[in-house]
Design a protein around this ligand. Structure first.
Ligand code: CP
Length: 315
């Protein structure tokens, strides 16, 4: 079924990404409006979440929509054996758009093929997290003033971290140089390295993580080791604390460098860094509100022009 679903950011053109950034800027100027008055947004979270669910729900609430859904699949009829297909078909009877996080890779694609209403992928297993990428792009744009020609260092769990997979596909339009810093066990999957080669994206791989290695970074994108994706917990124990960013590693950092992290943080960034001008992860999470307001509107067919002409702004 053809809808305005967002399954992967990889399908978006450069123009579309910049258009969505402009839309997010409009919402940052005026986040409280009634432009979605009468709409119902469903949030179906089959996996735990703090930021993604709450920022989508805040985005909807601040635009005048009503929100239904669940944060824990244990309270749903899935526990009685209801399939994902039937759940989606049912919820589409009630809601105008479905925001879904699911533990299975490909679940969002499947849902988008059967759903009569748009599906927004809020993370599918270790695969993709397109709405996170939209707020990451917005954060990079705001802090660097451009998305073009940046040195982006991705650090930590590059194997299971869906946010780093999504950001590579989106940044292909902007001539980035990526640096992948991960232990062997958590290295960037071959699929994404091949993707870089096919799209002429420069990338380098490192195992050292020190002041010299990161001195050229414009963006230092830290990630959590994804405990929930490991089948061997001994392996998780071996790698979980391999890369901790310490404040004394920043003495050579560029003045414009910003540290991003999709959060939650476990043990990747020393807490004292929070008070430095390099830390941007909490503002990044705030940017998620505006980026997700843009994504909900786009999925519902509301254009930037509609938003610019909108007269429902609440002071
Ligand atoms: N960044 C992110 O996806 O956070 P949550 O898991 O809390 O939604």
């Amino acid at each position: 079924m053809e809808t305005r679903s967002l399954v992967t950011i990889a399908k978006h053109s450069k123009e579309k990404l910049l258009y969505l950034i402009e839309m997010a800027q409009e919402f940052e100027r005026h986040p409280n409006r009634k432009i979605l008055d009468g709409k119902i947004v469903a949030t179906l979270f089959f996996e735990p979440s703090t930021r993604t669910r709450l920022s989508f729900e805040t985005a909807a609430n601040r635009l005048g929509a009503k929100v239904i859904g669940f944060a824990d699949p244990k309270v749903t009829s899935g526990t009685k054996g209801e399939t994902l297909k039937d759940t989606i078909m049912m919820v589409s009877n009630y809601a105008d758009i479905i925001v879904m996080r699911h533990y299975l890779e490909g679940a969002a694609q499947y849902a988008s093929e059967i759903s009569p209403v748009p599906i927004v992928n809020a993370g599918d297993g270790a695969n993709q997290h397109p709405s996170q990428t939209m707020l990451d792009l917005y954060s990079i744009y705001k802090t660097q003033g451009t998305l073009e020609n940046l040195n982006i260092y991705l650090v930590g769990d590059l194997k299971y971290g869906r946010t780093v997979h999504s950001i590579i596909t989106a940044m292909r339009h902007f001539n980035p140089t990526f640096h992948f810093i991960a232990p062997d066990e958590l290295a960037m999957p071959d699929y994404y390295k091949m993707y870089c080669k096919e799209n002429n994206i420069k990338f380098y791989e490192h195992q050292d993580f020190d002041a010299n290695t990161i001195a050229d970074a414009d963006i230092l994108y830290m990630t959590r080791v994804q405990r929930e994706r490991f089948t061997d917990l001994e392996e998780y124990e071996r790698v979980k604390d391999r890369y901790l960013l310490k404040e004394d590693m920043l003495f050579r950092a560029r003045h414009n460098m910003k540290i991003l992290h999709p959060l939650p943080r476990v043990n990747e960034i020393e807490y004292s860094i929070d008070n430095t001008p390099y830390a941007y992860y909490f503002q990044q999470a705030r940017n998620g509100l505006y980026a997700r307001q843009a994504l909900i509107c786009d999925a519902l067919g509301i254009t930037l022009d509609d938003i610019k002409k909108d007269k429902t702004i609440i002071a």
